[in-house]
Design a protein around this ligand. Sequence first.
Ligand code: NAD
Ligand code: MG
Length: 424
Amino acid sequence: MPQTARQTRTPDTSPGQGYISALPPEGALPGFPRRLCLLGGTGSIGASALSVVENNPERFVVAALAGARNLALLAEQAARFRPARLGVLTAQGADALAGMLPAGYRPDIVHGPEGYASLAADADSDVVVSAIVGAAGLLPTLAAVQAGKIVALANKESLVLAGNLIRQACRDSGAVILPVDSEHNALFQALGGPGLPELPHVASLVLTASGGPFRDKSAAFLQTVTREQALHHPNWSMGPKISVDSATLMNKGLEVIEACRLFGLPPQRVEVVVHPQSIVHSLARYHDGSLLAHLGPPDMRLAIAYCLGYPGRIPLDLAPVDLVALGSLTFEAPRHDDFPCLSLARHSLTLGAWGPVALNAANEEAVDLFLADRIAFLDIPRLVEFALNAPAGVYADDLDAILEIDRATRHRVRERAGGSAHRG
Ligand code: NAD
Ligand code: MG
């Protein structure tokens, strides 16, 4: 019997831990214009966030903006939005950036992980958009949470690495987490937005997955996948790492973990269904059999604007979903055997807190190697599985332990790939 049918008949009525942070009433939230700190401003999410800001100048001010290596784009964005503080990866980058800014505009420029964390915690901003890619987003996200900010969280990896630490820090500081990831944003809305911390009557969460560019490709085809093919997502335009994650279905695996951490439910109550049109962004299944879904165009500005304007809605100039033109919305089961990353992510949750940390580190390294043409597409799940078979060693109960597992796993995966890399 399929798992979803069994779950529907005998719902797990245990309450779970509830939503990761408190959600204060509207009167306790900052008014407009809101001051934003945008981390990962030069990326795909960053560009979408800046587009929302640009179209709503009376609602938002960019107080701080950070990128990493793309200094030309950061300089151009900074010249447009004039934030008082900027962040880059290195000290040399900070010097170079200073020389690229317009005459008379002299922002404070910080660099490195400490620099990003100082921007995230700065009292000058109300809302931190956490849109750095990968584990590099963890320390700035934690800094924002510890400083009690409203955090519009795109960086799902930080929840995968340190969901418990972030939950605890929200409790201590009163920080508010709002999910930017489209599925989790959809669930947040389908679960009742501001009223959801208790998650009453929820049987399960149903994450939709587009299935990625290889949804209907044969197992033989998957052995030949190139970098360019993996980067070409059918529905979404995203950064390279998440595009590859979508092609392997690791993105959905990370999102299962993200959903558990955000909504405080066990993985058995997070389902995944493939929905190639990417119009239904996710669904909440209630104990009475109702399914509440969130639908919308596949454009990240929808989720970003919801978070920035929370709890109100900001009008957006997106092409409306034409239901008649669409004609039908389809759903199918994921192909677990051909896309093992989804099952590996679930498996990591059975290995204690270190499992998801090792999963994420192995995946980031494997994706980097794939993007550098050093390993094949199917080596990504192989390397992740290799990492999860390693003896645990350290229990991931504090930040130092998490960072040590991350470091050690990356090292092991690099060593292993060095021995088995078969491409030039
Ligand atoms: P991207 O590659 O387009 O941009 C990444 C950003 O992070 C850039 O600004 C880059 O300069 C910065 N960055 C990279 N390495 C850094 C480091 N070491 N230190 C500081 N900054 C660094 O990625 P993206 O697609 O915008 O995704 C960003 C995050 O949002 C990821 O966690 C991703 O999973 C999540 N997300 C993205 C989408 C999407 O549609 N793009 C959707 C849902 C969630
Ligand atoms: Mg998503």
